[in-house]
Write a protein of this length. Structure first.
Length: 200
């Protein structure tokens, strides 16, 4: 059974995240090693992980199953795997060309979804999902990359010309909505590729 849309839950989560992210840029903080800035950055990252967790959970939790139960049982593994992927991607982007980071990101796109789905080894499950339908993977990857470039360009322009709290709120909401859309697309592919197969 395909997971329900759960629009209200996701929209409320994204709206709250956008509002809180906007509040964190009050005073236009400048990136420094100051404890206050670092604390704000940590809170911002934690909020994004939480919001993304809700988005992914709604995309993999079937009708009749508890969304809260999913988040309680899989929330921590999801967060750890997502942070691990983000750290490896960040290190890859520090390479001379940065291509390593993009390759890692492309190859681990299923990992957060697999983790929230309950896969014991999300990396292996992600590779298996890619191998099950490589053409579908490539098409989704291309569409996601194009959309990401367009959205990041638009949000950069918004931040430059508008700036401040309003810009941060709008940008976070737009990024959240686009992320929700593509998460459902990727999750649908993952669930289809693992239907009837063992989790690992």
């Amino acid at each position: 059974m395909r997971p329900p849309l759960r629009s209200g839950t996701v929209l409320a989560t994204l709206a709250v995240n956008s509002a809180l992210q906007a509040l964190l840029v009050l005073g236009d903080p400048t990136p420094t090693s100051d404890p206050a800035f670092l604390a704000g950055a940590f809170v911002s990252g934690a909020l994004w992980i939480l919001a993304y967790g809700v988005v992914v959970a709604t995309a993999v939790t079937e009708s009749g199953d508890s969304l809260v139960g999913r988040l309680r049982s899989r929330g921590l593994p999801f967060a750890l795997w997502t942070l691990l992927v983000a750290a490896v991607v960040a290190l890859g982007l520090l390479a001379p060309t940065g291509i390593v980071g993009y390759l890692v990101l492309a190859l681990t796109v299923f990992v957060p979804i697999a983790s929230m789905s309950g896969a014991p080894n999300p990396v292996l499950s992600g590779f298996r999902a890619i191998g099950q339908a490589p053409l579908a993977y490539i098409v989704r990857l291309a569409a996601t990359a194009l959309a990401l470039v367009a959205v990041l360009a638009a949000t950069a322009l918004n931040a430059f010309f508008v700036g401040g709290v309003l810009s941060a709120a709008v940008n976070c909401l737009v990024l959240g909505l686009i992320g929700w859309w593509f998460t459902r697309i990727w999750a649908a592919r993952y669930l289809a590729s693992t239907a009837g197969l063992p989790a690992s």
